[in-house]
Design a protein around this ligand. Sequence first.
Ligand code: SF4
Ligand code: ZN
Ligand code: ZN
Length: 303
Amino acid sequence: MAKCSFCSGKAIYSKDRTSFCKKHFNRFFIKKVEKVLHMSKLFNKKVLIAVSGGKDSSALAFALKKLNENLASSRKNHLELFHINLGISEFSEDCLTSVKELSKLLNLKLHVVSLADITQKSLEEIAKNRLQPICGICGTIKRYLFNKFAFENGFDFIATGHNLDDEALLIFNALISRNITNLVENRVFKPSIPEKKLVGRVKPLYFLQEEETLLYANINEIPYSKKDCKYSKKKRVIKNREILSELEKKVPIKKALVVLPIKLSSYMKDQKKEEDYKKCKLCSYPTIKRDICRFCELIRVEK
Ligand code: SF4
Ligand code: ZN
Ligand code: ZN
């Protein structure tokens, strides 16, 4: 039986010739999250954690709470949870049950908004007759609602559960589609621009692989939904995900990809200049190079 490289305990995970027992795996996980907190100076801030009910964002909320417990009181973050009920039948019901359990376990305030209450439409109705895939529309809506809620409630940062695999895939897609904007935009954190009603973003799981967040969630018995959204299999990115996984078997490409935007940003000035953001004519929230933001176009402009 493999032993932990740091103690004589039973190893539950191995990586780069290092084995971890439960205690040392938890320590490894927290250190990776802490690294992002230092990079983004995320201390003594009001942080809204976007929880979907899935393993990544649930693991994120758990890790941020654990880290907070060990910080000096002047450095502790104020943490609250935010969930959007997308109204996707049993999937959304299960996610809602999980985030409620999580909120109870962590003793963190949970805010729930319902897409149907806000827009008077279901996700399917919004996506009907539109060329963009439903997941793209869902992503636009979630980003808009996270930002709006965080701005209106005075949060400094929105923390999301994107992991290293998600980020590597985004960067890989940006590279093969030669979408330089997406490549440099994809950062570990983005600061707030209050005058543009834009709340800062941080991805504390940026340096953790999907299998690591899954293991962290399971060994710590973190509540999360095991159901898949019925649209997840339709994602176009699945093909690229498979190509990336095949490449990863030969070279550690995922790690190389996620450091690209970080390296690039040190060579470039702050890529998204403030003047690139315009005010949406309908809702006054930020939009890039458009008069009406993507959310308003989806919700308020009839097709
Ligand atoms: Fe939204 Fe697509 Fe995720 Fe379902 S799979 S929650 S539609 S992004
Ligand atoms: Zn150990
Ligand atoms: Zn708008």
